[in-house]
Every structure is written in structure tokens, then in C-alpha cells.
Design a protein around this ligand. Sequence first.
Ligand SMILES: [Zn+2]
Length: 401
Amino acid sequence: MKVYRNFFSLWVFAAAIAFAVRLSAAPAAETEAPAGGLGPLAPAGEGNPAAGLTDGLTETPAPLAGESRESAKDGGEASVAHIREMRFFLTIPDVVDQGGTLPVLLRGATGLQAIEAQFSDASGKKIFSFSGFRVSGPGPGSAPGSEEGESSDEYWAALGGISSVQQPGVYDFALSLFFNEAQTLVVNRKIRVEKRTFVFENIPLNKAMSELRATPNARRDAEARELLALLSKSDTSAVYHTAAFCLPVAEGFRETSFFGDRRTFLYTDGKKASSIHYGIDYATPRGTAVYASGEGRVALAKDRVITGFSIVIEHLPGVYSLYYHLDRIDVEPGQRVRSGEKIGESGFTGLATGPHMHWELRVSGNAIEPKNLVKAPLIDTNELFGIIKKDKEPVETAAAN
Ligand SMILES: [Zn+2]
């Protein structure tokens, strides 16, 4: 996994907030924070494109313009003065692999109410979006791993997932920060998606399996729509698990298929169909214990036509783990589960050519490489805290004047 996080701290001035609408409409190059810069963003003033855009605000009929004008009109003075003295810290990756995750982490933005992230192509067309949520992490004076200073602090995180079929290239990323008094700040970045290699394989199916895939089946299609709707849901209060995931089966089982495999199903009638394998298959004999890969809430537990006995667990807003072809389900929808808790046993129900356990992770609707989130935490507040501590500027609020 290649994730180069770009850290920058932003001084937020009243002007920057008020001109957020204009900024978001401006070319990305003008609004980008200094790449890799550890220093504060230049204040709105001479040489900064954010300066002198007062008229631009009223001229821009962007959807948020009304809200921004509202805040200026409705005595947003106190709030603006408050924000004027705020400095916050933000990390956004510069480079992400196909099938990788896109973690955004922020600390110190007083009055922040919500975060919306959007990943778009060069023409501005939205590819996917995801919401931020609150998490706790190390606070002032507490060093990761130290005995003293158990104090914790509020961070904001957002986790996106890049599809394995996302074409390599440079994409636009916009992070909208919604503050009190309907004020919005938009941070624009460029993110490069790097190519990774995937396995190509042919899978001959027997007659029953061929028909399961190829013949019209209303229940199968309804189940597909239901799952899609579920996986695209993002409940910002659903924050259950931020550490690394554990494997869903005991170690030592052979992996028979990998994330992102480009498959060609060979039907008995000679026809073919291509498909992408969204998870990892483990060669587990029927009856092998299956564990929740992280703490969460059971979002689905039922028998499905294609995936057999299936479980979906919600771990974070828009972050789900999936377990397919089970022989037995031991949990119910709505149930809270701990990391590593037994949730069922593997089998070969549904469309399966033999006993195995299919494990899959979805982030912001996209299937991602599950191993990435076993090696590293889903949300790493310690990393950002470490960066902040190394920064020479004071971490806490500093007067702008
Ligand atoms: Zn599979």
C-alpha cells in the first residue's frame, strides 16, 4: 500500500471563511494549500488569491452562497472573530493505490459541524463522496504510548475507498468543512491514483452455477439492490472501530482468490462473463469458525442467492466488512459484535465451487484491498498527533493579529 499523506496546517481567517463559496468555484490551483508545507497558509492579503473577493461572493450564484451571506448578515461577527484565531491540522494523501483507502484526518478546527469529501475527475464529475465523523485521540501533553497524560482530544476523520477499477491518473479532491453559523471552508487538493497489478483467472462453472448467474432471477436482483443501498449508507454516528482489523479466520488458511482478481466465468453453454473479485477467499473446510474483523454492528445477516449465508458488519460511517458462503450464521441484524468475536461458520452456500470463506471490505461504497486495513489502523490519530508535535508552531490556537 502506498499512501503518502500530505500534512498541512491551515490558519483560518475570517476572510477565508467568508469567501469559501468563491474559493470553491475558483480553479483548484488557486485554492490549494502549499504542498507539503508545514507552515501556516498565507493569510488572505496581498499575493493571496483569496484576497479581495468580496464582490465575487455576491456575484457567485453557487448553492452555498445564500448560506454564507446569511451568516454574514445574521451577526456572524462573534463566530468569525473566533474562527479568526483558529489554526487546525489536516492530513490528506497525495497518492493512493487502486483499491487503497483515502484517510483524511483533522484536529483543532473549533466549531466544525460536518465534513463532506468529494472525489471527482478532471472535468469535475463526482466519482464518489464520503462524510467525516468525530473520533477521539491523543490530546495536548499526551504522547502516544506514554504513561502520563491520558487526556484525549477530539479529531475529525473521513475514510474513502478507491475502486480497483479506478483508472490511474490525477483526480480532484474537495474537502468541505462546515462550521457554526453556516460558514463553509473548502480545501481543494489533487490526488494521484497509482496502478497496481491484479490476477487474471478463468473460472469454469457447472450447469447449476452457470444458470444461477446467467438466468433472470428477481430475488437475486432485489438482493443486489438491497446490498448496494446498504453499502452506500453512511451513518456519521456509527463509529465503532478505528484500530487495525483482525483476520476473519484463524491464520494458516490458504488464500485461493485475491482482492481485485479479474475473472472470466466460463458457462456450460460456451458463453463467458467477466467479473471482478471484490474480496479474499480463504480455503476453509466447512464448519471453520468465522470472526468479526472488527467491532461493529451487524447490518445484514441472511441467506442470499449468490453469496449464500451472508453477514455484513458496519464498523465506521460507510465502512463495512462482508462474509459470504457461510454454513451457519450466529448473529442477528442490529447486534453489536466485538473484534474477533465468532459470528458464524464457513461453508459453500450460494454460488461457490467449493468450501471457502469470502471476506470483503467496502469503504464509501467501493471494495478495497482488505489487507491494507489489517496492517494499519483504519484511523490513525497517533500519526497526526506525532506530526503536530514535531511542528514548530504552537499546536493550540494562536492569535492571528
Ligand atoms: Zn470470493
